[in-house]
Design a protein around this ligand. Structure first.
Ligand SMILES: Cc1cc2nc3c(=O)[nH]c(=O)nc-3n(C[C@H](O)[C@H](O)[C@H](O)COP(=O)(O)OP(=O)(O)OC[C@H]3O[C@@H](n4cnc5c(N)ncnc54)[C@H](O)[C@@H]3O)c2cc1C
Length: 307
């Protein structure tokens, strides 16, 4: 437990004031003790993964920020039930993964064991908990069960269909995700590596990985909301993506303070040095207004804003 831990140190944006309290539990019991105490005292509680999809207020955060950073929350195990299951369905395997594990390490494990299904996560700088909440790379498709703790310290198991996975969203926000059972398919390790390499290459080519950011700032608008004039077609951006609309507004390279719209990917707001929370918010508002004015379309942030 630490006081006034600067969250800029824990976010990929490198922006954010202090968390009143920062807590890294050793195991579930340790976590439960804190959760029960904070519930009774009505202290606000949030969970952070790698902080790669969060924009934090420079004034800081009241309450407690929890990071599942101990080895306990980073374990990978193969449940016994998986062996029984395998007898019926030899091509698949269930693994149980701690929510604090990084996606990178999970992928290395899966590849080495010849387990396929998570390759679309390659290059996403998150933890297992973070990718589940955001349903990054449509990871929800591979989920069987999720074990969570609610804000009163009760442990529950949630099935995939109860988790409400959608485009960059889920209904897992209310919980602290502890671990998850993924159902993966057996495949050749070299083929899995090739698939991972393709995703990495694609992200390297298309994303701005030079400056601090939180990845894509806005969600891509849903198809039904799109009203695209065909004369705005661009070859570099997928039609109808948030980046497409931002680029067509001529906003690439525009900035407020040190927050700028990336020249490489128009949906990346980057921190070119000392961007503040309000620089990013002002730029976000400006983008939202421009796109709404030109395309009659309201972009919704994908990035979680903590204040
Ligand atoms: C350079 C870059 C590239 C990116 N590319 C992609 C991409 O290609 N595709 C994509 O989908 N995303 C991408 N992202 C966004 C981001 O990496 C993902 O959204 C990722 O899933 C966030 O994981 P995290 O662990 O960092 O979560 P955080 O950003 O720390 O948290 C995100 C949300 O999850 C919650 N959360 C985290 N852990 C838990 C837990 N254990 N229990 C309950 N809630 C939890 C937090 O409270 C918060 O609401 C990119 C980001 C960057 C910086």
């Amino acid at each position: 437990m630490k006081r006034n831990e600067r969250l800029a140190r824990h976010t990929s944006f490198k922006i954010g004031g202090p968390a009143q309290l920062w807590f890294e539990p050793v195991d579930i019991l340790d976590l439960r003790r804190l959760v029960v105490a904070t519930y009774k005292k009505e202290i606000p509680l949030r969970v952070i993964g790698m902080g790669s999809n969060i924009l934090v207020d420079d004034r800081g955060i009241q309450g407690i920020v929890i990071r599942l950073n101990s080895s306990y929350f980073k374990r990978i195990t193969v449940p016994n039930s998986s062996l029984t299951y395998d007898m019926k369905q030899r091509d698949s395997c269930i693994i149980n993964v701690g929510a604090g594990l990084s996606v990178n390490r999970l992928l290395r494990y899966a590849q080495s064991k010849g387990l396929s299904g998570l390759e679309s996560l390659a290059g996403i700088p998150g933890t297992v908990g973070g990718v589940l909440v955001m349903n990054a790379g449509d990871v929800g498709d591979k989920v069987l069960h999720i074990t969570v703790m609610d804000k009163q310290g009760r442990i529950k198991t949630i099935k995939r269909r109860q988790a409400g996975f959608g485009y960059r969203e889920s209904k897992l926000d209310y919980y602290i995700i502890l671990n998850v059972d993924f159902q993966l398919s057996r495949w050749d390790s070299r083929m899995i590596q090739k698939k991972i390499d393709r995703f990495l290459e694609y992200r390297r080519k298309t994303q701005d990985l030079y400056w601090p950011s939180a990845g894509c700032f806005f969600k891509n608008p849903s198809i039904t909301k799109r009203r695209i004039n065909t004369k705005h077609r661009s070859t570099s951006m997928s039609l109808g993506s948030a980046a497409y609309f931002i680029e067509r507004c001529g906003l690439k390279g525009s900035f407020v303070g040190d927050a700028a719209v990336s020249l490489k990917h128009a949906n990346f707001i980057i921190n070119k040095g000392r961007a503040s929370f309000s620089d990013v918010l002002k730029l976000k508002d400006c983008i939202t207004k421009c796109v709404e004015g030109k395309f009659n379309l309201r972009l919704e942030p994908e990035v979680r804003i903590w204040r």
